[in-house]
Design a protein around this ligand. Structure first.
Ligand code: FES
Length: 180
């Protein structure tokens, strides 16, 4: 039997999110096939999927804990730990690499004082490598949530960091989705 989420000293999944999960499950032919959209409900609410969230899905979908972690660990967009305020995902595939991704990554590491895959001590920033972001003709590029910043160089990278430090998310070159 899974523990209630609040006994695990983790953020609580709201009643609204649980209702949303139930509604999603109803739409699928089998409960296990609703796993990915249900993970998104938790991701959207908490920013990651804590152990308590996994336990909720195990119970609601009738799948094993191993199955939930299998999906969570396969797809890089899912998270199992609290995230930095801004996760900068820099494309390091071939087109962006040729166009200077390494320079952008080096600039981010220099300015933030952390390496790829690390969070800054204040929890504000994290730098990650990403596979092709689908903007190969506009590289190097990075993704910040739904925002895609393209044709990066050291100056544009510095401006982006400066804006984020001030609490402004600068206008992106491309937004992945237009409605929230
Ligand atoms: S290689 Fe970077 S967006 Fe495709």
């Amino acid at each position: 039997m899974s523990k209630p989420v609040d006994e695990m000293n983790e953020p609580r999944i709201s009643a609204e999110a649980l209702t949303q999960i139930d509604a999603i499950i109803e739409k699928y032919p089998t409960k296990p096939s609703a796993l990915m959209p249900c993970l998104w409900v938790i991701m959207d609410e908490l920013g990651y999927v804590p152990a308590g969230g996994v336990a909720v899905l195990v119970e609601k979908l009738g799948v094993s804990t191993a199955r939930v972690y299998e999906v969570l660990s396969f797809y890089t967009m899912y998270r199992t730990e609290p995230q930095a305020e801004h996760t900068l995902q820099v494309c390091h595939n071939i087109s962006c690499h040729v166009m200077g991704a390494r320079t952008v990554i080096a600039q981010l590491e220099k300015r933030l004082g952390v390496r790829m895959g690390e969070n800054t001590p204040d929890g504000k920033f994290r730098i990650e490598g990403a596979e092709c972001l689908g903007a190969c003709g506009h590289g190097p590029c990075l993704q910040l949530g739904k925002h895609l910043y393209e044709n990066l160089d050291t100056g544009k990278t510095d401006n982006l960091l400066e804006s984020l430090r001030k609490g402004d998310v600068p206008r992106a070159d491309t937004d992945r989705q237009l409605e929230d």
